[in-house]
Write a protein that binds this ligand. Sequence first.
Ligand code: ACO
Length: 323
Amino acid sequence: RLRSVVRGCGSYLPRTTVTNDDLAARVDTSDDWIIQRTGIRQRHIAEADETTSVLGIKAAENALRDADIDPATIDLVICATSTPDHTFPSTATQIQAGLGIQSGAAFDLQAVCAGFVYAVATADKFLTTGAASRALVVGAETFSRLLDWEDRTTCVLFGDGAGALVLEAQPGEGRASDRGVLTSQLRSDGRHREKLYVDGGPGSTGTTGKLRMVGKEVFRFAVGSVTDVIAQAFEATGTTADELDWFVPHQANRRIIEASADKLGIAREKVVLTVDRHGNTSAASIPLALDAACRDGRIKRGDLVMIEAIGGGFTWGSALIRW
Ligand code: ACO
């Protein structure tokens, strides 16, 4: 019986940081409002040369270095992104080429902010069925390019960045104490399209379009739906919130994260928060947060780590990983 075990992680952030005060000079907002409503203090914004694939390649290089493996041994690259450099070819193939990998399969996966959870779940299916042996799972985004910089209700929320995990198929016994992805729970409900979408695309305006969000509606849906898929992950593995070492949610809003943790009985000190420094980086937010917590020594081998996210669609999901 095979398990998808974490071999390494890495991340990369664009050079330029933008503070709330910087934004207040452009739109009618304030540092106080943004911190109170979201917990965000700053975000990184990509310059023209920092495309999604460039950020993804750098994050992947850091993850491969951490894993201490030869990139040529990677036989699956999945990139979760909603902000590809081009409609096609996929960002994953550009990351593959950037790393000098010439074999195996590479593809993008689009589930907006839930993209990284979907990508981990997908890689896990490839690895545990023997269809691949080593996977690079990347979340890379440049949401700044989709923002309406005159809309204060959205432009203050997002940032750019990338993160990556190397997962490897290893034999396991099927116990919750084994290292690896223990379960993943994916959901979607396309009826919620109008609450969070981009108003462009090849089949509509022919332009890239801008992000539109009814923030209050997303907020209302978020806490209930993510707590459901987290409870289902605990149930599927026979584990509890008490046994959890780290809760690493999608970083959209500090209030959503803390409300979810409280509802599930997850202690606040187990919550990894990076939204203050990164803003909402969509599919990149979880691997960026995982890498931050690995680098500062919080997440250690053997720890039980819950990841979860909700994004446009709506799409949402959770995955429980024994690190
Ligand atoms: N600065 C100052 N005032 C603002 C700003 C701003 N940047 N934005 C909105 N306001 C005003 C509003 O106009 C409103 O004013 P009014 O009362 O005079 O009408 C007031 O602040 C309150 O606005 P609300 O929208 O009610 O504020 P709320 O407390 O709901 O917070 C927020 C808004 C932060 C967007 C919140 O709803 C949220 O986080 N929603 C969830 C977003 C999310 O999680 N997305 C995740 C998925 S993202 C993805 O998949 C791509």
